[in-house]
Design a protein around this ligand. Structure first.
Ligand code: FES
Length: 179
């Protein structure tokens, strides 16, 4: 069964007209697949290749190049800990190892219940908030091991992502998340 409806394929066709080439929509198509399925399997790559009018090998190359694309099932909550320079200087190697120990999975592993997966990542552009941990698209900055554990426990118990502490220091962000 195809991943995309006819209407969605039509929307990609409109996008391709705007970009001037079907191949220019590889990233948005892949991103949309991952949003729908959580990862990008072999048949999804074939569908993306057909929509973007490129060889499947091109899609495989893109998926394997960008770390944000997953070619295997990941957890419902994907935990990423940056261990690049700024974060490393603020203790992220210990943070990463502590989080890894708490989840009990290796890098790129997934918990048995499918709730969490873990990834050690390069700079996520939040160096000013080092050390940082991201869960899905939410960033937790200037974070301690205890705070990381609390977030993981809260997510595990509620299935919801807690609001990052720095949001409460910025009223406009705090309002935006409560909308
Ligand atoms: S070095 Fe960690 S976010 Fe940039």
């Amino acid at each position: 069964m195809p991943i995309f409806s006819e209407q969605e394929v039509q929307e990609f066709a409109e996008l391709q007209k705007r970009y001037g080439a079907p191949a220019a929509t590889v990233l948005p198509v892949l991103w949309r697949i991952q949003e729908k399925m959580g990862w990008i399997d072999d048949s999804a790559m074939e569908e993306a290749a057909a929509i973007c009018q490129v060889p499947k090998s091109h899609i495989q190359g893109v998926v394997s190049f960008y770390t944000m694309f997953f070619d295997k099932p990941m957890g419902r909550f994907h935990v990423q800990v940056c261990t690049n320079v700024s974060c490393m200087l603020h203790g992220s190697e210990k943070l990463y190892n502590d989080v890894k120990g708490k989840l009990g999975i290796p890098n790129h592993g997934r918990t048995e219940d499918g709730m969490f997966s873990l990834e050690e990542v390069e700079c996520m552009g939040a160096c000013g908030g080092a050390p940082m941990m991201a869960v899905n698209e939410r960033f937790y900055e200037k974070i301690s091991t205890d705070e990381a554990f609390t977030i993981i426990d809260q997510v595990g118990a509620s299935g919801n992502l807690p609001t990052p502490k720095f949001f409460s220091q910025l009223p406009e962000l705090s309002e935006a998340t409560n909308r």
